[in-house]
Ligand binder design. Structure first.
Ligand code: PEP
Ligand code: MG
Length: 686
């Protein structure tokens, strides 16, 4: 055995290309070669690039090099020589391409408030499509072969890319693919994946994902910026492997600092699963104000800007980023001056400062009482129901209980969730919506409908999958004695949907009675969010205990505008007279039938729109809990009678532009202090 202490002399530290040179030199010798940080003690195999990079050895780091074997001394000489020559790097050439990146700004739509500074963590749709499949003894060899084949294919692809990069961009730019090739063949990766297949009896995709995640999390936690950025190179390699194994795949690393998730698109359930200790914001290429992902982000108080179009492809994991939802903007590679400016002006806001919020219904100046309830998607939001003074839970989007699209929870799991909900909601109760799956949700489960929003969604899904609906109904009925639960049927088109759902519910009531189970009957309502339901609302009302008015879908279906598609966001006009007419009609049908109508779309969360809703006669609103204090403050200072005058003027308009103009003019004159220009719809530029 021989050893020597050496120092990193390259200004960039022991970075990817330097490490690649080191691996090349070390691999010429038979001896086992180990590098150890003198401070901190971390150890690495000098023949493994992945292992070397985990040393995070920056300029000036002292390392102990230990060689065990016949050619130990020669190996030490060669490696020490390489260190003293700063890895044969032309530092200028290496430094140039990475020199200060230019600050870039992108415009999107701020859908969840806040201003956050952090580092990019790229996520791509498909991560969840890597499943663990247990394999039998006989299949281990097959999985290992599949993995090796994916490595070979990835190598051929990378060599071709490298050649093209050399030809088109020059050698200086192609070196990174040398590093990718070394990552790909590194025993730390290949051996670990194969070991995982063998020891865990797991399919090759899953083993690749587990090992990849582990490596990525090591890189994500490095202090050295340059080295941390190498995590995105490993991410590329892992993605390539997964793509070659499955056609899809995504690493999901853990970050140790403020992470900003950047993705083309995000599943609401992915947002719900994010580690909120680390993830501070979201920036996506697509999405809109009422997409479920945005709703969840608001519920979790997670800053979000969506509709950034081609942003994802311009980022790399580790890039510095500012997400400014106020301006609907993101800043990539912010300059020092920009960072400084944001550091001075980014308080995270107002409403949170007050220690206690009022509770109970709000009363307008002319004496109309309006209940303010909470929309809830996740158990983590239960606390907010009390905190912001909500009159119970006006809408529990139960589908967010499902951990994965297509994977249903057991009756017992659901029972416990609804019981906890009933307890958290208190005497004002909670309304559980039957699973609104289908549409964007079922589509992500791989059931590709041609037109998912018009497809087997919500009550249609339940009526086609009766066992799932029965299980859920039973769980709700059994949990009902724990508090005051109601049940709402999503997306009914007409009386037939309501009758079919009610029949099934009645059958479950009978079955629980027969089996002597403890349960309670619950009020039954329906979501009115499809124009057909609006137009037949009087008929439907006769069969129900209450209505819930889902304005998000009502806008989508009335105007034929996909609520999650940023390309048509300009057509998603909540204040379209046709939508307002639907709202008025539904409220009227409810009033005529003597049943409550709870408005629970995002409209209710927006103070100016809440005033209009009050003008149409709404006395029950359900919204993102954090918005309750703001909506309360506004409603307490207006007269419902005045709001009605404005609402009626709006109904006479011909298009959304006209309505918005009326709203701006009327609100400015009637309630100038309550509605500064930024709280009113902005004029459209088309
Ligand atoms: C709505 O459509 O307005 C609604 C409240 O339901 P969701 O947003 O979950 O579709
Ligand atoms: Mg809806």
């Amino acid at each position: 055995m021989a050893e020597r202490t050496i120092e990193v002399k390259s200004r960039l530290g022991l970075h990817a290309r330097a490490a690649a040179n080191l691996v090349r030199v070390a691999s010429r010798f038979q001896s086992k070669l180990t590098l150890q940080r003198v401070e901190g003690g971390r150890e690495a195999d000098a023949k493994s690039i992945l292992s070397i990079l985990t040393l995070a050895a920056s300029y000036g780091t002292a390392l102990k090099l230990v060689a065990v074997g016949d050619d130990a001394e020669e190996a030490l000489d060669a490696i020490a020589g390489l260190f003293s020559r700063a890895f044969d790097e032309n530092e200028k050439a290496v430094l140039q391409p990475t020199a200060a990146k230019q600050e870039l700004r992108y415009q999107g739509l701020g859908v969840s408030d806040g201003v956050v500074m952090g580092r990019v963590l790229r996520l791509q749709k498909g991560a969840r499509d890597v499943y663990r499949a247990e394999i039998g003894d006989g299949d281990v060899e097959r999985e290992r072969r599949r993995f090796r084949a994916a490595v070979r294919l990835s190598r051929r692809q990378l060599e071709a890319i490298k050649q093209r990069a050399e030809k088109e961009l020059g050698r200086g730019h192609a070196y990174i693919f040398d590093a990718h090739l070394l990552f790909l063949e590194d025993a730390k990766l290949t051996r670990d994946v194969e070991d995982h297949i063998v020891t865990e009896r797991s399919n090759a995709e899953w083993a690749t994902k587990v090992v990849g995640d582990r490596l990525l999390s090591i890189y994500a936690q490095m202090n050295d910026e340059y080295l941390r950025e190498r995590g995105s190179d490993i991410e590329d390699v892992i993605q390539r492997l997964l793509a070659n194994l499955t056609g899809e795949g995504l690493p999901y690393p853990n970050l140790s600092e403020d992470a900003v998730i950047v993705a083309p698109d995000l599943l609401p359930s992915t947002v719900a699963e994010l580690d909120l200790n680390h993830v501070k914001a979201i920036a996506t290429d697509s999405g809109g104000w009422t997409s479920h992902m945005a709703i969840i982000a608001r519920g979790l108080d997670l800053t979000a800007v969506v509709g950034l179009r081609d942003f994802y492809h311009r980022t790399r994991t580790g890039d510095r980023i500012i997400v400014d939802a106020r301006r609907g903007e993101v800043v990539l590679h912010p300059e020092a001056a920009t960072i400084e400016q944001y550091e001075f002006t980014s308080p995270r806001l107002e409403s949170e400062s007050a220690a206690a919020f009022e509770r109970g219904p709000v009363t307008t100046r002319d004496g109309v009482a309006i209940a303010l309830r909470a929309n809830v998607e996740l158990p983590s939001e239960f606390q907010a129901v009390r905190k912001f003074g909500a009159c119970g839970v006006g809408l529990f989007r139960s589908e967010f209980l499902l951990s994965r699209p297509g994977l249903m929870n057991s009756e017992q799991e659901q029972y416990e969730a609804y019981k906890a909900l009933a307890e958290a909601a208190g005497p004002d109760g909670a309304i559980v919506r039957l699973f609104d799956v289908g549409g964007e949700i079922a589509n992500d489960a791989g059931q590709h409908e041609r037109n998912p929003a018009l497809g087997l969604r919500a009550v249609r899904f339940g009526l086609r999958n009766k066992q799932i609906m029965r299980t859920q109904v039973r769980a709700i009925l059994r949990a009902a004695p724990a508090g005051r639960l109601s049940l709402v049927i999503p997306m009914v088109s007409d009386l037939a949907d309501v009758k079919a759902a009610k029949k099934l519910i009645a059958e479950e009531v009978e079955s629980l009675k027969t089996h002597g189970e403890s349960f309670a009957q619950v009020p039954i309502g329906a979501m009115i969010e499809v124009p057909a339901a609006v137009l037949t609302a009087e008929k439907i009302a006769a069969e129900l205990d209450f209505f819930e008015l889902g304005t998000n879908d009502l806008v989508q279906y009335t105007l034929a505008v996909d609520r999650g598609n940023d390309q048509v966001a300009a057509w998603f006009r909540t204040l379209h007279p046709a939508v307002l007419y639907g709202i008025k009609r539904t409220l009227q049908a409810g009033a005529d039938a003597g049943i409550p109508v709870i408005v629970c779309g995002e409209m209710a969360s927006t103070p100016a729109y809440a005033v209009l809703l009050a003008g149409f006669g709404a006395t029950d609103l359900s919204m993102t809990p954090a918005m309750i204090p703001r909506v309360r403050a506004v409603l307490a200072q207006i007269e419902a009678g005045e709001a009605q005058t404005v609402a009626e003027r709006c109904l006479a308009a011909a298009c959304a532009d006209e309505v918005e103009e009326i709203v701006r003019a009327e609100f400015r004159t009637r309630w100038p202090e309550l509605f500064p220009p930024n709280m009113l719809p902005r004029p459209t530029e088309n």
